[in-house]
Design a protein around this ligand. Structure first.
Ligand code: SAM
Ligand code: SF4
Length: 325
């Protein structure tokens, strides 16, 4: 078991497959041309399998593939197939634009649930946020996943003045469609134009919803970061992820591996632990993983307490696209 100083058991690993992406979301990546990691620095497919196996041996029960855009990686299908042989539940977070190409692979790998990012229901605004004209494809793929019987979660990063006028539209979506809309607070990362004035707290979003809809509480899992609500007569649900205004660090069970094989024990943590270098040197990587766990801070990577006191650029961290969300 991977237990930290605060008795938190860590059994959920997020693996970033690439720092590359076919979208350019403004809240996720720096504005200037990004330099991608050289291919040789990325974990290769066989390295991913071996490293993931060690995590599974140490008690990890669930692995989420992320990025960058996980499906932008050319050997995505092989990686998926390899990981599906491990005794873990597989999940993925994606921008959804390539889902139609990999649906059969995902089903063969046993994926029954998928998180798809969708910050606007308006094609023009979607294009402005992602800097790609891809709303129609993403939407069609969302409907394809629903038709295939998948549990579909929609990740919506709420930003003041950008998409806060669409709270009702996203809520309305859950009336007929069995989708689970997750309103996520806008978080600060390296060069992502964050400022606290753009944050809309979950409580505020919930208030807007409650003006028109009667929410009732649904049961959350013990390590869930989203607080789930139903609306009478709706096929889908709403969830609120309040990372900044009401953080869920006390029940955190997450670990992260970046595409270049560095372990991060917290999304906001500055420290990185080089699992890939240890692996390539032929060393046992278990001690590196255990060291990373032992150094985990109680809250928010030990970098801040109250987001209202944060200045843009203050945190020592990578950009989200290079961490793996
Ligand atoms: N490309 C995939 C996608 O967009 O879903 C996976 C990687 S993306 C980094 C993972 C998740 O992080 C997405 O749901 C995205 O919306 C979220 N994300 C990125 N930057 C964020 C930020 N600054 N605040 C909150 N969520 C963010
Ligand atoms: Fe790409 Fe996802 Fe980041 Fe958007 S949020 S730039 S789709 S990694």
């Amino acid at each position: 078991m991977l237990t930290d100083r605060f008795h938190r058991v860590h059994d959920y690993l997020r693996i970033s497959l690439t720092d590359n992406c076919n979208f350019r979301c403004s809240y996720c990546m720096p504005e200037e041309q990004i330099t991608l990691l050289p291919k040789a620095q990325l974990m290769q497919a066989d390295e991913i399998f071996a490293i993931a196996r060690t995590f599974a041996d140490l008690g990890v029960k669930k692995i989420r593939l992320t990025g960058g855009e996980p499906m932008a990686r050319k050997d995505f299908a092989d990686i998926l197939a390899g990981l599906s042989r491990l005794p873990v539940k597989l999940a993925m977070t994606t921008n959804g634009v390539m889902l139609d190409q990999y649906m059969a692979n995902l089903q063969q790998a046993g994926l029954t649930s998928i998180n798809i990012s969708l910050d606007s229901l308006l094609p023009d605004k979607f294009r402005k946020i992602t800097r790609r004209d891809a709303f129609a494809r993403v939407w069609s793929n969302i409907l394809g996943c629903i038709a295939a019987g998948m549990h579909v979660k929609l990740n919506v990063v709420m930003m003041k003045g950008v998409n806060d006028d669409e709270i009702a539209a996203f809520t309305e979506l859950t009336r007929k469609l069995p989708v689970h809309v997750r309103f996520i607070e806008f978080m600060p990362f390296d060069q992502n134009r964050w400022d606290r004035g753009k944050v809309i707290g979950s409580a505020e979003v919930m208030e807007v919803v409650a003006q028109q809809y009667a929410l009732y509480k649904l049961k959350d899992g013990k390590n869930d970061t989203d607080r789930k609500f139903g609306i009478m007569g709706h096929a889908g649900t709403l969830c609120f992820i309040s990372t900044l205004t009401d953080s869920f660090c006390a029940t955190c069970n997450r670990l992260r591996l970046t595409a270049d094989g560095k372990m991060k024990n917290c999304l906001f943590g500055a420290e990185e632990f080089d699992v890939l270098a240890a692996f390539r040197s032929g060393a046992d990587i278990a001690p590196v993983i255990r060291k990373a766990i032992s150094r985990k801070h109680e809250r928010l990577g030990g970098q801040f307490n109250d987001y209202r006191e944060l200045q843009p650029g203050q945190l020592d961290n990578r950009s989200m696209i290079r961490i793996g969300g």
